[in-house]
Design a protein around this ligand. Structure first.
Ligand SMILES: CC(C)(COP(=O)(O)OP(=O)(O)OC[C@H]1O[C@@H](n2cnc3c(N)ncnc32)[C@H](O)[C@@H]1OP(=O)(O)O)[C@@H](O)C(=O)NCCC(=O)NCCS
Length: 183
């Protein structure tokens, strides 16, 4: 049976596998029925500078890193899902982290991977005394909205017309989780 493992990316192999997964999600697999999950953009040319923001911080303690990425991977080290945890580096908000990128590859959705990766994120937050997680998602993204509600996130805001993609105007929902209320 396939086994799925979770870790914070730290080796070149981890980052290459993460980027391959991300490039597919952001380009070929971004959304359904014309509604994107992420702001569409070209990814591949940005690879080196994009990964540098993670790699340059590996020498710092985990609690001080501004960006780190959790990955779920299979026996062949293929990345199946990712979740980026961001810290803005400001002392007064060090009790909060932002989820800034999250996705499971379409062949592996519906298997509980997103919930498990969030459990890993929450477990790290507890260790480093982080008390809240914040995120935003497009209002059309019902699977993600349902997932976040299910694990305990609450809606905190709604912004109309946050992004325009061609003729499509997208709204944005903000949500927060109190770590102690994760389900
Ligand atoms: C949203 C997403 C992360 C869910 O990942 P997943 O691994 O399939 O989710 P899980 O299997 O862990 O599901 C956990 C819960 O989420 C909710 N959920 C997940 N997919 C759902 C769907 N298609 N419709 C409704 N609810 C859904 C359910 O409440 C589910 O609990 P249940 O299985 O007990 O019903 C995944 O569909 C995805 O990567 N989508 C594209 C990228 C994206 O939208 N990222 C978020 C941007 S903010």
């Amino acid at each position: 049976m396939e086994s799925i493992q979770f870790k914070i990316a730290e080796t070149n192999e981890d980052f290459d596998a993460y980027f391959e997964h991300l490039a597919k999600l952001l380009t070929e697999r971004n959304g359904v029925n014309g509604f994107p999950h992420f702001t569409p953009r070209l990814v591949v040319p940005e690879k080196i500078s994009f990964l540098e923001k993670f790699k340059s911080e590996l020498g710092k303690p985990i609690s001080e890193r501004n960006n780190q990425v959790f990955i779920a991977f299979d026996d062949n080290k293929k990345v199946l899902a990712h979740c980026v945890l961001q810290y803005h580096g400001i002392e007064s908000i060090k009790h909060r982290r932002h989820i800034n990128g999250f996705g499971v590859c379409p062949e592996h959705t519906g298997k509980g991977i997103a919930k498990k990766i969030l459990k890993e994120v929450v477990s790290l937050c507890k260790k480093i005394d982080v008390e809240y997680l914040d995120l935003e998602l497009f209002a059309t993204n019902l699977p993600a909205f349902e997932l976040y509600k299910k694990v305990g996130f609450e809606q905190t805001g709604y912004t109309k017309d946050i992004a325009r993609i061609g003729d499509l105007s997208l709204d944005d929902i903000s949500m927060s989780l109190k770590i102690s209320e994760f389900k």
